[in-house]
Design a binder for this molecule. Structure first.
Ligand code: AMP
Length: 281
């Protein structure tokens, strides 16, 4: 695996790739787990070259402490990427992404999906995400880029961003990878105490229950009431539980047969914020 820590050396490599060759890209913030690796494997399978970036992007953190405490397991990450035969690791420092370290946000005109759920509780989060992904896409020039449905709202934002910017990049969404007890894999899981790690399985249990309730004709209101009630007896703190249309993220009041829906959840396990989602029906 080649590792480049600056734009110049990466460009040297990139410009020698034939234009007819396909480059698959997986942007990450490191602390890699099997969820990330499932994206990397897909990028390897579907393209001539695979590129993974590790960059903890300061502009997408509204919470400074969360940024400061973001786990760093670089040595292990490198070994994992080597073990699956990833071609290139791009490991820039902040200056390579944000010239002169000026953390400038690119203003995008999204459809409004940047303001709800994650956007509501993490103000400006998606401006930072879209900015860094745009800046990475400019450098990597991938044919395809892979994103996890774990961050489903982010996946839709990136789809909007490439359309707005008219970038010729195929965005591919990948299923959520889970621990054997159902907890969605996340770099943040390693910060959970033993007790909260155990309790955190409750998140997926609730999503499964919501899904089951849809198949037994319960209304959205009934599902929401039930989930909120369940959390009132948990040590986890529910931030939001929402049911939205699958493709537009429009607020859903009642289920309509022609539409697809997804439930979204955000929870605090102590200080650690965890998100998850599930397709309903
Ligand atoms: P992150 O390093 O958290 O920014 O994640 C990098 C990419 O991996 C994003 O596209 C995430 O959605 C994806 N990802 C993170 N966790 C999972 C998971 N459990 N299953 C599938 N994809 C994931």
């Amino acid at each position: 695996m080649k590792t480049f820590d600056n734009n110049r050396s990466f460009n040297e490599w990139r410009k020698n790739i034939d234009t007819n060759k396909k480059v698959g890209f997986v942007p990450t913030m490191g602390a890699l787990h099997e969820g990330h690796i499932s994206l990397v494997k897909k990028a390897i399978e579907e393209n001539d070259y695979s590129v993974v970036s590790i960059f903890v992007n300061p502009t997408q953190f509204n919470n400074k402490e969360d940024f400061a405490k973001y786990p760093n397991t670089l040595e292990k990450d490198i070994k994992l990427l080597q073990s699956v035969n990833c071609d290139v690791l791009f490991l820039p420092n902040s200056n390579e992404i944000y010239p002169n370290n000026e953390l400038k946000i690119i203003p995008f005109s999204f459809s409004g999906i940047e303001k709800i759920m994650e956007g509501e509780f993490r103000p400006n989060h998606f401006d930072g995400v879209a900015t860094v992904v745009k800046l990475l896409f400019d450098r990597i020039k991938p044919t395809r880029a892979y994103f996890g449905e774990k961050d489903y709202q982010q996946l839709l934002i990136i789809n909007e961003m490439v359309k707005l910017e008219k970038m010729p990049i195929e965005i591919i969404g990948m299923p959520i990878f889970r621990e054997s007890d159902g907890l969605a894999m996340s770099s943040r899981n390693m910060r959970l105490s033993k007790e909260f790690r155990k309790e955190a399985t409750f998140i997926y249990d609730c999503l499964l229950l919501a899904k089951k309730m849809t198949t037994t004709n319960h209304s959205i209101d009934e599902i929401k009431t039930k989930i909120n009630k369940l959390f009132s007896n948990s040590t986890l703190n529910l931030e939001y539980f929402e049911v939205r249309e699958n493709n537009s993220l429009k607020f859903a009041k009642e289920f309509e047969s022609a539409e697809k829906y997804r439930a979204f959840i955000s929870v605090y396990a102590g200080e650690i914020r965890l998100i998850d989602n599930i397709e309903l029906f």
